[in-house]
Ligand binder design. Structure first.
Ligand code: ADP
Ligand code: MG
Length: 251
């Protein structure tokens, strides 16, 4: 059974956080209980769902490094539950040097709360280092946002090599849940070509729904709400709702 899904791509700015935030909200609207674990020290997923870090006592850093129970750090927002991140998490990799099973800290921390949710989404940082390895150890599957641009596939070969290594050494159950095409510009031929190529490389894995380039998706985070709430009728919001339907079907 697939429950824990890491949203991963070592490239920054491809739409990981936007996808994690809006799928969380759209899935919750479909009656799916979601925990969004923000595992990027930039904490954009936390602020994107309106979690105010000045008002939260604990973050995922305290959970992973200081042994605070995950349930004490989870914040219930109107759009889904969030295990918020904080800038401290950037230092976690160094603090974990020498720890036993340092790539399994997140898996262990999430284990006690997993049963309370239908889906746990983990928003990964833009790297393939220890934080991401922790996310891949904790996950049953990965969701890979791919921006429709030149070299989109080139970057994916490193990710696939990491996936194979993790399957071999850390987490044999890890699989690809889905690939999400993001920032799609339907006016260009070239976007369609990239999409076609990605579909050829990942047969059956790419969501039929593509996420268009849409300014509402970029504006929503500064209001601390998902785009599905900020502007329900926007093309971006509609696309994430449609993607959430596909997501739910695949579970
Ligand atoms: P990542 O988490 O992979 O670094 P983000 O989700 O933070 O990527 O997206 C990078 C930037 O692009 C952000 O400013 C975000 O608001 C914007 N963005 C993401 N998806 C879209 C989209 N479909 N249309 C327009 N802007 C987008
Ligand atoms: Mg991000």
């Amino acid at each position: 059974m697939i429950k824990t899904i890491a949203v991963v791509n070592q490239k920054g700015g491809v739409g990981k956080t936007t996808t994690a935030v809006n799928l969380t909200a759209a899935l919750q609207d479909l009656g799916v209980k979601v925990l969004l674990c923000d595992f990027d020290p930039q904490a954009n997923a936390s602020s994107g769902l309106g979690v105010d870090k000045r008002k939260t006592k604990y973050s995922v850093y305290d959970v992973v490094i200081n042994g605070v129970p995950a349930k004490d750090a989870v914040v219930a927002t109107p759009y889904g539950h969030v295990l918020p991140s904080s800038a401290d998490l950037a230092g976690a990799a160094v603090e974990l040097i020498g720890a036993e099973h340092r790539e399994r800290q997140l898996e262990q921390a999430l284990a006690p709360v997993k049963e309370d949710y239908d889906v746990v989404l983990i928003d990964c940082p833009p790297s393939l280092e220890l934080l991401t390895l922790n996310a891949l150890a904790a996950a049953d599957a990965i969701l890979v946002p791919v921006q429709c641009e030149y070299f989109a596939l080139e970057g994916l070969s490193d990710l696939m090599a990491t996936l194979r290594m993790v399957k071999r050494r850390i987490n044999p159950r890890l699989e690809i849940f889905a690939v999400a095409l993001t920032m799609y510009d339907g006016r260009t031929n070239f976007c369609a070509q990239v999409a076609q190529e990605v579909r050829r490389h990942f047969p059956g894995k790419v969501f039929t729904t593509v996420i268009p380039r849409n300014i509402r998706l970029a504006e929503a985070p500064s209001h601390g709400v998902p785009a599905t709430v900020y502007d329900r009728s926007s093309r971006g919001a509609a696309a994430y709702r449609a993607m959430a339907e596909e997501f739910k079907e695949k579970l």
